[in-house]
Design a protein around this ligand. Structure first.
Ligand SMILES: Cc1cc2nc3c(=O)[nH]c(=O)nc-3n(C[C@H](O)[C@H](O)[C@H](O)COP(=O)(O)OP(=O)(O)OC[C@H]3O[C@@H](n4cnc5c(N)ncnc54)[C@H](O)[C@@H]3O)c2cc1C
Length: 391
């Protein structure tokens, strides 16, 4: 049986980056993906500065910028009064990174880009339409079984998403909770920047129902907006998806009647969960397989890509002669980092938007205004929000 250095399970944005990073180090890599093609439904798009640095090192940045939208600022608004509370500017990070902005590029574009590169490499193999069913390991190898065969590798990276087959097969607990409400994403061509004067990443607080607005390029590069809402806890999925309720939601973010048509709806459950362990022997969990969080702030996928990057470096070191103990660094560093920078921040971001108590709301708004106005605090806030503080 031909033995690979690394098998990556899952060709989402994390798995494809992990596979490309390992292959560029010269190792033999097989990427296995159950779907015949990459899921292009609206999911993550916000790419933070340290992630852009990694994409640059992978040789993907020019294409990534070409198919995305650069966004330097993000804003907080009070939705009921339609007023801007504070604006934060990533230009304050100009001495910290070559990319003092985020890029809004849909995640399927990254996965497809990385797959195209892998297909050009002799030491890499991409197999779409191949479901991984199980995994076994000994002290010196891992066997991965798919529906049609068993493959052998030195190491396995499980980037098979939040419902990870591998995490379950390894018996690793996914600790945390699921929020009672779901999130609804309405994709529309309505131009919120022109209509409201907001920027390409805008967070609107409202005690009844908050909204986040993002502009993405779309596959045709003509631009479209995603409006993300919380549902009511007692709202059924059917109700949330109904035409009447979608149009009512658009009206509450000031879209005039007659312009409330939409292109796409996406309704999904939201969790805050972290795997009890990020590793078992020669198998490593990466990305959503290791942790999931609410998407407010655009942090979860970025953190997953940082893990893929870090892990590819550790595997490269060990595959080229470094002591195997180097691999302990992965879990020791990445798990607490996710808890501190992603879980804590995304929960705080959500609370900031949904605060119901009027005095507390005012206090949170006052804090945001004070931070935006104070250069030192402004920079500290964007250092953390961009994951540059620890990446
Ligand atoms: C519906 C939805 C909407 C989201 N919206 C947002 C958003 O608006 N903003 C945001 O920041 N984040 C959002 N997220 C989160 C973001 O999409 C994830 O953080 C990101 O996809 C994680 O990437 P990943 O590569 O780790 O996992 P995934 O993108 O989930 O990729 C996992 C891959 O593994 C494959 N796979 C699974 N099981 C197997 C198997 N047994 N064998 C082979 N292949 C397998 C899957 O087909 C998939 O391609 C959303 C997530 C979901 C589910």
């Amino acid at each position: 049986m031909q033995r690979r250095n690394v098998i990556v399970v899952g060709a989402g944005p994390v798995g494809t980056v992990a596979a490309l990073a390992c292959a560029r180090h010269g190792h033999t890599v097989t990427l296995l993906e159950v779907q015949q093609q990459i899921d292009d439904s609206p999911r993550a798009s916000t790419t933070q500065p340290p992630t852009l640095e990694m994409l640059a090192e992978l040789g993907l940045i020019d294409e990534y910028l070409r198919v995305g939208l650069v966004s330097r600022t993000f804003q907080f608004w009070d939705r009921p009064t339609r007023s801007l509370i504070a604006e934060f500017d990533f230009a304050r990070l100009k001495d910290e990174t070559a990319y003092p902005f985020v890029v809004q590029t849909e995640q399927h574009k990254l996965a497809n880009m990385a797959i195209a590169r892998l297909r050009e490499m002799e030491n890499a193999e991409v197999r779409l339409g191949e479901r991984v069913m199980g995994i076994t390991q000994t002290d010196n190898k891992v066997n991965v079984s798919t529906e049609s065969q068993t493959l052998e590798a030195d190491y396995v990276i499980a980037a098979d998403g939040g419902r990870s087959t591998i995490r379950k097969a390894l018996g690793i607990e996914f600790e945390g909770y699921t929020w009672p409400e779901r999130f609804l994403v309405i994709t529309t061509k309505f131009d919120f920047q022109a209509a409201l004067g907001c920027c390409l990443r805008t967070y609107m607080a409202d005690p009844q129902e908050w909204t986040n607005l993002f502009k993405v390029a779309g596959d045709d590069l003509k631009g479209r907006w995603r409006a993300v809402y919380n549902t009511r806890e007692d709202e059924t999925d059917e109700e949330a998806r109904s035409d009447a309720s979608v149009r009512a939601r658009l009206s509450r973010i000031y879209v005039p009647e007659g312009e409330r048509d939409y292109l796409h709806l996406n309704l999904y459950a939201v969790h805050q969960r972290v795997a009890k362990s990020f590793r078992k022997g020669r198998v490593f969990l990466c990305g959503d397989a290791a942790h999931v969080n609410n998407p407010i702030g655009g942090l979860g996928l970025n953190c997953g890509i940082h893990e893929a990057w870090h892990l590819s470096q550790l595997l490269h070191a060990v595959l080229t002669g470094a002591p195997v103990e180097r691999l302990d660094e992965y879990e020791r560093i990445r798990r607490p980092l996710n808890i501190k920078y992603v879980q804590e921040q995304t929960v705080a971001n959500k609370k900031r938007l949904e605060e119901r108590e009027p005095a507390q709301r005012e206090k949170r708004f006052a804090e945001l205004r004070a931070m935006a106005e104070d250069p030192k605090r402004h920079k500290a806030f964007v250092m953390r929000a961009s994951l540059l503080e620890r990446s």
